[in-house]
Ligand binder design. Structure first.
Ligand code: SAH
Length: 221
């Protein structure tokens, strides 16, 4: 999948967006416990600087969340890596993301070979994300909607990644997870991983404390 990316000179980057700076980010992610080589390769290859406003391009390979407008942020690379690693454990083919935002996390999942469905409630962010997908040759299905209801038409999903924080898990999302699937979501400031055992019981694991923008109701232009 990575080999199919359209890597223009802009996407390959130079200086503050170039390979050396990206390699430093990868080293940092390793130090912070990211082990999956496919995830690290996807993060090194994808031009994160093209998912933020130009004013922030020079900071795109710092391990930090950055503003993307409308009070929203592109997630910190470490969080993107942890969420991607967590779902890879079930070798998912089809994944649902809630909260497209910049489109970066969706692109990482697509670069890992998954068929990605993503839902965003802010139309303006979604339009910009779609432009980036086209520009980079990334295939992602996206929808402008309140993602708390999931995307029932395409359910079940092998994995679900929620990239906005809530006080509780959305039951509709759990219902759209395929047997053996994994859901990762920030709930009450903790990154949770949920999976069902063969008897249908939910197993919950706390991956890390995290801070996320809130999961909100309704849609906006
Ligand atoms: N995955 C994104 C992170 C964006 S921040 C990235 O890689 O850039 C979280 C996003 O979730 C924001 O864009 C916000 O608008 C969106 N969001 C919040 N509540 C939502 C909801 N109910 N449905 C869909 N998207 C939602």
């Amino acid at each position: 999948m990575i080999s199919r990316l359209r890597l223009s000179p802009e996407a390959i980057g130079v200086g503050m967006t170039g390979q050396r700076v990206r390699d430093r980010l990868i080293e940092r992610l390793r130090e912070q416990g990211v082990e999956n080589e496919r995830v690290l390769t996807a993060i090194r290859t994808l031009p994160r600087h093209m998912f933020v406003d130009e004013a922030f391009a020079g900071r795109a390979y710092e391990d930090t969340a950055l503003p993307i407008g409308h009070g929203q942020t592109i997630s910190q690379p470490w969080v993107v890596a942890k969420m991607s690693e967590a779902v890879l454990a079930c070798a998912p083919k089809k994944v649902l993301e809630i909260g497209t935002g910049s489109g970066y996390q969706a692109s990482v999942l697509a670069a890992l070979g998954m068929q990605v469905f993503t839902v965003e409630r802010i139309g303006d962010l979604l339009r910009t994300a779609r432009k980036r997908f086209r520009q980079l040759g990334i295939e992602v299905r996206s929808r402008h909607d309140d993602g708390r209801a999931g995307w029932p038409e395409y359910a079940p999903f092998d994995a679900i990644v929620v990239t906005a924080g809530a006080a509780a898990l959305e039951p509709a999302l759990l219902e759209q997870l395929a047997p053996g699937g994994i859901l990762v979501a920030p709930v009450n400031g903790q990154l949770l991983r949920l999976a069902q055992d063969p008897e249908g019981r939910w197993l919950q694991q706390n991956l890390a404390p995290v801070s996320f923008v809130p999961l909100l109701a309704g849609v906006m232009e």
